[in-house]
Each structure stands twice: as C-alpha cells, then as structure tokens.
Design a protein around this ligand. Structure first.
Ligand SMILES: [Zn+2]
Length: 346
C-alpha cells in the first residue's frame, strides 16, 4: 500500500462499493445528518454534496459529528480482531461454536456480532462453519480413503450429519430425479477403457450414470430436462478416479461420490451391493436379506436392473443361486472380466 493519501474521488468510489478493505482508512462524514460512518456502512448512501471525508474518527468528532450506530466506525479494529478470533475458534472446534458463545467472547451482543461477522466474511458464523466443513470433506474425499474416514476427518460428529447437511444443496434433489434431471447440470464424457467404451456422467454431488456402449443420446433420454455439459475441469478429476476404479476394481471405489435415487428398498439393495467385498459374490436372496426384506428376492433383482451406476454400484457381484453367472446389462463378457479382476486382486 502506498503512503499517498486517498483522493476524495477514490474515497467516494470505495463508499459506493461499500468496500470493507477501506474500513479503518478513513470515515465518511455526512453533514446533513451529523453522523459519520465507515466506508462499508450498509446504510443508504448519502448525497455526494453532503459528504466530507476524515482520516480518523477523532477528526470527524472534532467537526461535531457523532458515530453511526449501525456501522460503529470506531470499532473497526475491534471488529477485525473479533472476527479473526471467531474464525480461529470455528476452525479449531469439533462442533461449530454457538453464535452466543462467539459473541460473548467478542464482547458483543449475538445480533451485533452476527452482523459484524457477516460484513467481514459474507457469511453468517453458522454458514461459515458449514462451508468450512464441506470444503474439508470435499478435499478429503479427493484423496485416498473411505467416505466415512473423510467425513470424520472433516469434523462431523457422525456420517448421517454430513448427509443431512449436504442433502438437497448439492447435486440432484429427489424431485429432480423424478423429473428427468430438471434443474441439474450433468457433466459427462465417453472414454475408452479395457472393458470398452464407457459413459460416465456426474452432477456436483457425484456420479449419476456409468454404462457401457452408450453415448450422449442415451444420457439425454435418461435425463431429458437436465443441462448436459461435455467434460469440465472438476469433472475430469472425478472421471480419472472412475476410470482407475473400473480398470482396477479390486482397489475399491467407496471414495467415489454417487448421486443416485431410488425407493428406500432399492437404495438399501445398492448399499448392500457396495458392501460386498471385492472378489466375492452374492445371490439376489442374500441381497434382499441384507436390504432388510429376505422375501423380496424379485424386488432385489429389479433394484439390480435399475442401478444407474455400473461397476461403482457393483451389481456384477450378484450371481444366481447355484453359481450360474446370471445376466448383466452390458453383456456377460464385461461381468466375467470384472469378477476375474476382483478375484485376482487386480
Ligand atoms: Zn454507518
């Protein structure tokens, strides 16, 4: 920063932008009302001809102006310290501290502290804590490890909390799924793998389609109302993980996020499929039992067939009672090869 004092035009431009970076550098005196403000004050802007700029609150008060009650121009340094302390407390805490607790530490009322914090960060303390944890969870998910490890590492008290808090804010909602992907953006690509041409599609939340020998047309038929975007930078990173998992399924793929919706029983079946260790197989009767309804063998078969995400929801690990390989939507060659790789530990 230069030593050169701001010109009045620069100061006025900062006021019009409500630029917080200038708080503490000058105050805005409003001669018509007799008050003075920090540059970022959220109150309605005064008319330019009524404004005089002062380097410090003391100079404004020497001109008989009083501090604005809304932006407390004398508290800039104190606010900054309070916000930095609150951010440090949020980062260090296992559970996000309550607003009342953060406000008390700063010596402010909860309402005032919420306003000060929001002015500095653009987020309320609660939203800041939530954003921080989501960011940590996403960062951890992109490394190796399981989803559950990542969630605990990000500071969630239990995995269910993570799903509760992120539900509906990322990826497709249940209603979007029921409505052809309406409102969702889906990135996709078709890539060559050793198992053939593979289509991978994902929302912000995770993989929503993995299939073989399909292209954009089939994807559009499945999600006619979604916004389909080929490629994309973040998608490329996810795609790399998906391809690696398909090439070497024995290494596991629990860390790859999915965006799938089904009935409660279908989702229970898909979860049961994900819990089959690589290299092992189950029958439909076993999947039905694992999903909580041993009699629903036929429904387990249909849940398998309705699986949108091949390989990552490993429906290839289901075989007929008696050991017959059964069917596979993408042909028995692919199923046989996936099972061979998993058994061999490839
Ligand atoms: Zn003000």
């Amino acid at each position: 920063m230069t030593e050169r004092p701001l010109t009045d035009d620069e100061a006025w431009a900062a006021v019009l932008r409500r630029d917080r970076a200038f708080d503490g550098q000058f105050v805005t005196g409003v001669l018509s009302t007799g008050i003075y403000c920090r540059p970022s004050c959220a109150a309605r802007h005064p008319r330019r001809e009524n404004v005089r700029f002062f380097a410090t609150p003391a100079e404004a008060e020497a001109a008989s102006l009083r501090p604005c009650k809304r932006c407390s121009p004398k508290d800039v340094a104190r606010d900054e310290r309070a916000v930095l302390a609150a951010i440090a407390a949020i980062k260090a805490a296992e559970e996000p501290p309550a607003l009342a607790e953060l406000a008390e530490a700063a010596g402010y009322s909860p309402t005032h502290f919420q306003r000060v914090f929001t002015r500095h960060t653009g987020l309320s303390p609660a939203a800041y804590a939530r954003a921080l944890r989501e960011e940590r969870a996403r960062a951890a998910l992109s490394d190796e490890g399981t989803v559950t490890d990542a969630i605990y590492a990000a500071g969630y008290s239990a995995p269910s909390r993570f799903y509760d808090e992120t539900k509906g804010r990322l990826g497709m909602t249940a209603s979007a799924w029921a409505n052809g992907g309406k409102g969702a953006t889906i990135h996709w690509a078709v890539v060559d793998t050793t198992l053939g041409r593979m289509l991978v599609a994902a929302t912000d939340k995770g993989v929503c389609r993995l299939s073989f020998d399909e292209g954009e047309e089939a994807l559009r038929a499945r999600f006619p109302k979604a916004d389909l975007v080929e490629g994309g930078e973040e998608f490329a990173a996810l795609l790399g993980q998906v391809v690696a998992s398909v090439e070497a399924p024995a290494n596991g793929f629990a860390h790859i996020p999915l965006d799938v919706k089904g009935t409660a029983f279908q989702e229970a079946c898909w979860k049961a499929l994900r819990e089959i260790p690589a290299g092992e197989t189950r029958t439909y009767a076993q999947i039905a039992a694992a999903a909580g309804n041993p009699k629903a063998v036929r429904a387990a078969g249909s849940a398998n067939a309705r699986n949108n995400v091949a390989v990552l929801i490993p429906c290839h690990r289901v075989i007929r009672t008696g050991g017959d390989l059964g069917g596979y939507a993408y042909g028995l060659d692919i199923k046989r090869e996936l099972l061979r790789r998993e058994e061999a530990g490839d």
